[in-house]
Write a protein that binds this ligand. Structure first.
Ligand code: AMP
Length: 557
């Protein structure tokens, strides 16, 4: 497939609004793709260049990309940036820029048609280049791509490279399209996806080796998505005197540890490889593990035996230099609460209680304590002991539940005393005033609709101390895509958890809602963009508001 054909498909898909139409369209394309193009196409339409499990990234920021594209058109970066500022969408701005430059200066462009596989090979090369020469090398490759790109190709190349394709294709749509294209059951595809964590590979198997889909198993050093929790209450979980497993809810960072022989890897909830940032955690785990395992747990920072705020954990994880020195300053410990694989055997289909036996057999330490009870009072005591020890609350888990990667169901329920908080994408900001003039003083937040489009809901300015303000400046300064007066818009990708007192209807925001007294709580470094609050969840919160309570028995977020 030519890249230009891929771009045309993207344009078509982007114009569709109905889910079924989209599934039909994609299902119609997949059977015609060959073994090389099929996995690439499937990943790309979701805006992913590499498999979900891979921690490889292109590492291209908007500035480098604009420099390269402007160079191809024989212009300065500022010429292109002014297009971006006017249009407000980096992809469409590059498209308009190329359209103009191609008509005026066609001699600067070549007309070699790149295939999808050519483009992918260039991306792989770019991701592979590190070291001193890497920026130059990346620049050379980006120029090569845009020299051969039509304006429409430019739109989608830009969005892919900035990891912001946003044509509304969600994971569920692609899963259903694969099932439809190859006449397979959506459950089979779903299950294979949970285990393989790469829809590209699942599509390839669906076409070329469908029988093997039954038998896919999780593999060492290919992280799978983590099982997630819903908010709930002790009362709901123990209804009918049901037994539950309860553990402390640790407020740190989720990790997945893969260990085999001498090799150990630690992955974050977003499946980034954190092994070099957390050598002390790898070491602590290595000492207590026997055999080959995949473990799930939470790492927390402690001082004088008490858990430290989550921000401290984030500081350690984001550290790229002087890791050892900071490992001495900020002590971190892992709490393992699940095991997914042991000595060649996948454990995810076993009930939690059986997995726990495996966990206790494979590890001699670092295991999160667990109690089992059907008595709400006992669980309530456990809950208060968690709070007294400085933890966030408790997790209640259904004893016979399997481990379902990526699932946020009623098998795991979290119970914590909190003001209502919500996870939203940061899409813009405003420069501060006075002492804060060189920082962003407030941030514009958005939820997503069911197509993944971002809809503004609120601004947040309070709850940010000076240290966080500086951290936020560092994070966002390379994400600016347009400016207008004091307002800037950001390339989405960073998520804030925000507290609020109430949700109100508002004609001032595209979502139709806004937050009363929004307050910054933390950066959700562990969440991906498709995990932010949806408009439907927002509406549900609005309808439910006023019914929350502080008792752990009745609590529900
Ligand atoms: P939340 O981030 O509020 O949605 O809560 C779910 C998160 O709690 C998980 O993703 C884990 O990072 C964290 N967590 C802390 N302790 C546990 C535990 N014992 N079991 C499962 N998750 C836990």
């Amino acid at each position: 497939m030519l890249f230009s054909e891929f771009a045309l498909w993207c344009e078509k898909i982007e114009q569709l609004s109905g889910r079924l139409e989209m599934i039909d369209l994609i299902a119609g394309i997949l059977p015609d793709l060959d073994e090389e193009d099929l996995p690439i196409f499937v990943r790309y339409i979701r805006g992913l260049i590499f498999p979900d499990w891979s921690s490889v990234h292109l590492g291209i920021g908007p500035n480098l990309l604009y420099d390269a594209v402007a160079y191809v058109g024989g212009k300065k970066r500022s010429d292109l940036v002014s297009f971006v500022n006017q249009i407000g969408d980096a992809g469409k701005a590059v498209e308009a820029f190329l359209l103009l430059e191609k008509t005026q200066q066609s001699h600067l462009f070549s007309s070699e048609e790149l295939t999808l596989a050519d483009v992918h090979a260039i991306f792989e090369r770019m991701a592979d280049t590190g070291g001193v020469k890497s920026q130059k090398e990346k620049m050379r490759n980006i120029r090569l791509l845009f020299q051969n790109a039509s304006p429409l190709d430019g739109r989608y190349l830009t969005r892919l490279m900035l990891e912001e394709l946003r044509i509304g294709v969600g994971e569920g749509n692609v899963r259903d399209a694969i099932a439809k294209a190859f006449s397979l059951s959506p459950d089979l595809i779903n299950r294979a996806h949970q285990v393989k964590n790469d829809l590209g590979e699942v599509a390839r198997l669906a076409k070329y080796d469908p029988d093997s889909l039954q038998d896919v198993v999780i593999e060492l050093f290919r992280p799978v998505k983590m099982m997630l929790a819903q908010a709930g209450s002790i009362q709901d979980m123990t209804e009918g005197s049901r037994l539950v497993c309860a553990e402390y809810k640790y407020d740190g960072s989720r990790f997945q540890c893969h260990l085999s022989g001498d090799r150990v890897a630690i992955y974050s909830r977003r499946l980034e490889d954190l092994t070099t940032a957390l050598p002390d955690i790898a070491e602590q785990l290595r000492k207590v593990i026997s055999g080959d395992v995949i473990l799930d747990g939470e790492v927390i920072a402690i001082e004088d035996g008490r858990p430290m705020p989550f921000q401290t954990v984030l500081r350690r994880i984001r550290r790229k230099h002087d890791v050892a020195e900071h490992a001495d300053q900020i002590r971190m410990i892992p709490y393992v609460f699940d095991i997914l694989y042991r000595d060649g055997e996948s454990l995810i289909d076993l009930p939690l209680t059986k997995r726990r036996h495996h966990l206790e057999a494979a590890l001699t330490g670092c295991i999160a304590p667990q109690i089992r009870s059907a008595d709400p009072r006992e669980l309530e005591d456990f809950y208060y002991s968690a709070l007294d020890a400085g933890h966030e609350g408790i997790m209640l888990k259904v004893p016979d539940s399997p481990y379902i990667p990526g699932n946020r169901g009623r098998h795991w329920v979290k119970c914590k005393p909190e003001v209502e908080t919500i996870d939203l994408a940061v899409i813009g900001g405003e420069w501060g005033e006075g002492r804060r003039a060189h920082y962003f003083g407030s941030f514009l937040l958005a939820c997503q609709d069911d197509q993944g489009r971002l809809l503004p809901v609120s601004r947040v300015a309070t709850g940010i101390n000076d240290e966080t303000l500086a951290l936020l400046y560092d994070l966002f300064s390379d994400r600016i895509i347009s400016r207008s007066g004091k307002e800037v818009s950001f390339e989405p990708g960073i998520i804030f958890e925000v507290g609020y007192s109430e949700i109100q209807k508002s004609p001032n925001y595209e979502s139709g809602y806004t937050l009363r007294f929004p307050r910054f709580v933390r950066i959700r470094d562990d969440k991906r963009m498709d995990e932010i609050e949806t408009l439907a969840m927002f509406t549900e919160r609005y309808l439910r508001s006023g019914s929350s309570t502080d008792s752990p028995l009745l609590m529900r977020k």
